[in-house]
Design a protein around this ligand. Structure first.
Ligand code: SAM
Length: 270
């Protein structure tokens, strides 16, 4: 199972407050790529707070259904709350993307927003998404691009690389594992997907000022912040200075605005 689970169990409440609005910017294109139709059975994997599943519902009405899976119980609870009054019901289900609790071919459409890169085995994970899709059904995933264009995490990741490269527990952040050119289509092809098409989109990650950004990314519970906090205090200070220098070009009159690029793939199950 993915090593990401403990983070999301303990950080669920923070997640919805701070991150869902940011990741939600990427949902409309993901849903457009799926070309959802009334009556379809849809599965979202690694649904987090469930906001993309919620947005999918009206696109499959009337007669469609949406199931939203996440490994973290706390995230599913958020999903349950966020989707409580959904006009098209969203059914939350706990499950591991690596072993989905559904029969072969159970869905017409499967999608995964910022989840696939977190799995330990990307090809096996993508194959599992395809397994529960009916032949001819559509799959869409979105993952983060590399650090150079996903700046809100790329800048602190580069600072840790420069000051304390040995401190990564499992190599560079999982976030970037499918971000290099060709990685995502390679994974999907090896998993057995057909007609893989790629597109990229950049959205802003906005902060009131640099201090607010530093609090979120160097002191928060997620990702690089956890690594930074494990460093000796004097190394943390050097990382902080590098991050300050790194974000300087993105300071504007109305705050700090960091461009974050994502890579989308859609594919068909043969
Ligand atoms: C980066 S968040 C994305 C959440 C949501 N899709 C969004 O875009 O806001 C990653 C989510 O993947 C879930 N996750 C991590 N590993 C998983 C696994 N093996 N199976 C299912 N969900 C997993 C986490 O609990 C978390 O909710």
């Amino acid at each position: 199972m993915s090593g990401a689970r403990p983070t999301y169990e303990s950080g669920a409440a923070d997640w919805d407050q701070k991150v869902s609005a940011f990741t939600g910017q990427y949902s409309p294109l993901l849903l457009d790529l799926l070309e959802l139709q009334p009556g379809q059975r849809v599965l979202e994997v690694a649904c987090g707070g469930g906001r993309t599943a919620l947005a999918a519902g009206p696109r499959v009405a009337p007669g469609g259904s949406v199931v939203a899976v996440d490994i973290a119980r706390a995230m599913l609870q958020l999903c349950r709350e966020n989707c409580a009054d959904a006009p098209v019901p969203v059914l939350p289900a706990q499950g591991d993307a690596a072993r989905l609790p559904f029969a072969d071919g159970a869905f017409d459409v499967v999608f995964c927003q910022f989840g696939l890169m977190l799995l330990d085995d990307h090809v096996a994970g993508a194959a599992e998404l395809l397994r529960v899709l009916r032949p001819g059904g559509r799959l869409a995933v979105v993952v983060w691009a590399e650090a150079e264009t996903m700046r809100s995490v790329g800048i602190p990741a580069d600072a840790v690389d420069a000051e304390a490269p040995a401190s990564w527990e499992h190599g560079r952040p999982a976030l970037f594992r499918l971000g290099r050119d060709g990685a995502l289509p390679d994974v999907l092809h090896r998993a057995g997907a057909a007609h893989v098409e790629l597109t990229r989109q950049t959205h802003p990650d906005r902060y009131r000022d640099v201090e607010a950004y530093l609090r979120g990314h160097l002191e928060g519970r997620f990702g690089v912040a956890r690594v930074v906090q494990s460093l000796p205090v004097h190394v943390q200070a050097r990382v902080r200075e590098r991050v300050r220098a790194g974000v300087r070009p993105y300071v504007r009159r109305d705050g700090l605005v960091l461009p974050c690029e994502a890579i989308y793939a859609r594919a068909v199950k043969p």
